[in-house]
Structures are given as C-alpha cells and as structure tokens.
Design a protein around this ligand. Sequence first.
Ligand SMILES: *[C@@H]1O[C@H](CO)[C@@H](O)[C@H](O)[C@H]1NC(C)=O
Ligand SMILES: *[C@@H]1O[C@H](CO)[C@@H](O)[C@H](O)[C@H]1NC(C)=O
Ligand SMILES: *[C@@H]1O[C@H](CO)[C@@H](O)[C@H](O)[C@H]1NC(C)=O
Ligand SMILES: *[C@@H]1O[C@H](CO)[C@@H](O)[C@H](O)[C@H]1NC(C)=O
Ligand SMILES: *[C@@H]1O[C@H](CO)[C@@H](O)[C@H](O)[C@H]1NC(C)=O
Ligand SMILES: *[C@@H]1O[C@H](CO)[C@@H](O)[C@H](O)[C@H]1NC(C)=O
Ligand SMILES: *[C@@H]1O[C@H](CO)[C@@H](O)[C@H](O)[C@H]1NC(C)=O
Length: 399
Amino acid sequence: MIRVVSSLVVALGATTAALATAPHSDFKLSLSSMPAKPAARQARVRASFAASSSRLAARDTTSEPLFDYFNGTDLQWYGDISLGTPPQNFTVVFDTGSFSLEVPGTACGAACANQHQFDPSLSSTFEDEQFNTTITFGTGIGVDPVVGNNWELWLSFVADILHVADMTIPFGGFFLITNQTSTFAPDPMDGIMGLGPDASDLFETGGYPAIFGMLFVPETEGGAGELTLGGVDTTKFDGPLLFSPQQGSGNWALSSRGIFVNGQTASGLQKNLTLIFDSGTSNMLFTKAIAETIYGMISPDIVANPDEPGTYGIACDLIPTLPAVIDITFAGVSGQNAFNLTIPSSELSSGPFRNKPELCQTLINVSEGFNLVGLSLLKHYYSVWDIDNQRMGFAPNGF
Ligand SMILES: *[C@@H]1O[C@H](CO)[C@@H](O)[C@H](O)[C@H]1NC(C)=O
Ligand SMILES: *[C@@H]1O[C@H](CO)[C@@H](O)[C@H](O)[C@H]1NC(C)=O
Ligand SMILES: *[C@@H]1O[C@H](CO)[C@@H](O)[C@H](O)[C@H]1NC(C)=O
Ligand SMILES: *[C@@H]1O[C@H](CO)[C@@H](O)[C@H](O)[C@H]1NC(C)=O
Ligand SMILES: *[C@@H]1O[C@H](CO)[C@@H](O)[C@H](O)[C@H]1NC(C)=O
Ligand SMILES: *[C@@H]1O[C@H](CO)[C@@H](O)[C@H](O)[C@H]1NC(C)=O
Ligand SMILES: *[C@@H]1O[C@H](CO)[C@@H](O)[C@H](O)[C@H]1NC(C)=O
C-alpha cells in the first residue's frame, strides 16, 4: 500500500523533512527508530531477550509462510507476527510500499471488530510512546477505487517486543490502530508491516542481514507464499537472480529502460521511468499517458470506466482472446546486462466490476504522478529486496 500525505495531526519534528521530499510516502518512523528508553527498562527487556539472541545470531535466514487473500482475484499476501509478553498474535501484509507497523489495538473497538486487537494491559513489556497520528493510503487492500481519505488509520505510537518468524526485535516501535475507515473492516488480515528500503535497523536489531526474499503464488497455482528474512530461499526459484539498482530513497524503486507490449514498443514507452515496487498493491499504476499507450496496444476495446475514476475495463468475454504480454526492461547492476520482467496475459483482467459485471477491470490503474508495479508482476518472480546493497533481484518462480 502506498501512503499519501494528507492529515498528519502531530508535528513530527525532524521527520517532517522526509515528508516534503516523499510525495507518496509519509514520515519514516521505522520499526526500531524508537524514542530513547530509560536505561533500567532497556536492561530489563534485554535480559528477557538474551536467552534467545545467541541462537538467533547463529542463523542466517528465517522464513514463514504467506497466505493469499483471494476475493475474485489475488489481492494481498499476509503472514503471522506476534507482539508483546506473552505474545499476542496478528496477521499482517508485509508491505514494501510503507515504513511502519500498524495493528489494531483494543481502543479501536467496534471499528476493528473483525480483526485481532492488541491489548496493552496484557503485555508486561508494553510502552506507550504518547503520540497519535493518522495515515492515509493511496492504494487500498483490493482493486477498488481509493476515494479521498477512504483508506485511513488513526494511530497511537507504542513499543513492545516484536517477533516475525524467528526474528525478535526487543524494542519495536509500532502503531496501534485506534480507529479505521470501514474499507478495512472486511480484510482477513489484522494489520500492515512496512518493509521499505531503509528498514536496515529492523534487521540489525533482529540479528539478521538486511535483506529479504518474497514468494507470492497465485490462487490458480495454490495461493501460497513465503517471506524469508536475512536472505533468500534458493529452493523457491530456478536460475540466477538478476539484480537492478535501487533508485533514490524512500520507496523501493527501479529504473525501467522501456516497456514492450506483445513484443512491440512505442515512443511514449521508450524512456527511463522510475517504477515503485509495492508488495502491498494488487495491480499496477501508471500515469495516464503510459497507461493509455499500453492499453491502446493491447486493444482499442479497453476503455476508462467513469464510474470508478482511474480504472479501465473491457468486456469480459473478450479477455480470453487477447494477448497482453507486458515486458519491462530494467537496468542491470554494474557489470550485469539489462533484463526484462514479464507480466503474462493472464494478469490482464482483475475480474468484473461490481457495478458492471459484464465489464472486467484491467490491470493498470491511472495514478498521476508516479508509476508502480505491484503483485501483478511480483507473483511471477521470486523477488529479493536487498537493503544492504540497495538493489532488487528477480528470478522466475515458475508460476
Ligand atoms: C500464536 O502463534 C503461535 C505460533 O503459531 C502459537 O504457537 C500460539 O499458540 C499462538 N497463540 C495464541 C494465543 O493463539
Ligand atoms: C491517543 O489516542 C488514544 C485513543 O483515542 C487516546 O486514548 C490517547 O489519550 C491519545 N494519546 C495522546 C497522547 O493524545
Ligand atoms: C486509481 O487511481 C486513481 C487516482 O489515484 C484513484 O482515484 C482510483 O480510485 C484508483 N483506482 C484503483 C482501482 O486503484
Ligand atoms: C472512527 O472513524 C469514523 C470514520 O471512518 C468516524 O465516523 C467515527 O466517528 C470514528 N470513531 C471514533 C470513536 O473516533
Ligand atoms: C469479497 O468481496 C465482496 C464484494 O465483491 C465483499 O462483499 C466481501 O466482503 C469480500 N469478502 C471478503 C472475505 O473479504
Ligand atoms: C525485452 O523484450 C522485448 C520484446 O518484448 C525484446 O525486444 C527486448 O530485446 C527484451 N530485452 C531484453 C533486455 O531482454
Ligand atoms: C536512460 O538512462 C540511461 C542511463 O543513464 C542512458 O544511458 C539512456 O540513454 C537513457 N535512455 C533514454 C531513452 O533516455
């Protein structure tokens, strides 16, 4: 999910500089960038953590399964974390498009009735950091329109022990959701855990190299997935990983050298573009000119759906006959050739529009100002998010 800056209600001091330079992300309170802790408290929590830390230090990677939230189309993958002492369990989207962890707290009450809610009073290691804020997202959980602030969380900043797979963060700063818009209510997962390109503190604190691997298997192939922290799971892909350098800071982003549709290109597609890679967005977002050029090359029958601004669709019965292979060329890291990542024709449709079931929504949504590839592409590759080396790697996952 990509955050939009709109309604931060708390002055964030030094972090407001990040706001000004990151148009579609918000401030960068990473999970372990905690306010200073009283020394006695640190010692106490560290002692409770010491027993496991030597075991963790001996390990290179730790993995956990991901589950596909499929509702007509693949929407999101999510997995387990736990927080507090004793641990309270939650499911979260591991979101490369955001930077912090949010889970519902008991203060959310009825608005979070379908999700697990963290109860601070049950955790002996909990700490309230005493400030509140909000986050607004620019892409939601599904493929439905984001309208104004209809994906918004009200948050309270807190800290506690965090476990993800076998990684433990003894002082994790995170947000408890105190209220949320109703768009979040039907989601099967509880929260969101941001894994942006500057999450190195998280891995250092947890005792793992700052790199993670992700596998997203589409529902049609079983709907599984895996998150590996500290490295990659080489059993989940064949062939070499091809790496491209991270562009800029803030979001995971690569420089594309050009886009091809069914092997053809067009002048509007042969240019350098910065593409954000977001594991928390189901489909793809391009500026209008690029989206309409790509759509024009697939079929003149793909048209904007005015009922849901920014979306496009085509008569569902035309989908099976349409080749719509999209190749995107990326620069290789130094010494490596450029390479293509390919989105197969099977991604063209994200299923019928709710209010116009004969019209199927197509995979690219228009978003002025930035270009983003989400799970439509990521579910066909094993992806490596290499924080230490500021690069991303890909190898076909066979799906
Ligand atoms: C939390 O998850 C762990 C690991 O899956 C499990 O062993 C434990 O029973 C769960 N705790 C609760 C309260 O559900
Ligand atoms: C934050 O919000 C919670 C829930 O609405 C409230 O109980 C708490 O007092 C607020 N904290 C601050 C520091 O404003
Ligand atoms: C596409 O983006 C536009 C502009 O940001 C937004 O209004 C629309 O709701 C989005 N639609 C989807 C399907 O994400
Ligand atoms: C929670 O947010 C909704 C808007 O989604 C608002 O109508 C409601 O009043 C809020 N509830 C509280 C307790 O602030
Ligand atoms: C699936 O989508 C439908 C609308 O198409 C919605 O009403 C329902 O709540 C969703 N189900 C789940 C489990 O999210
Ligand atoms: C990418 O794919 C296009 C065809 O769609 C092809 O012409 C081009 O050579 C490929 N580029 C690389 C680097 O493989
Ligand atoms: C894209 O950027 C590369 C590297 O900076 C440069 O060599 C190439 O000429 C650029 N291509 C276009 C079409 O601007």
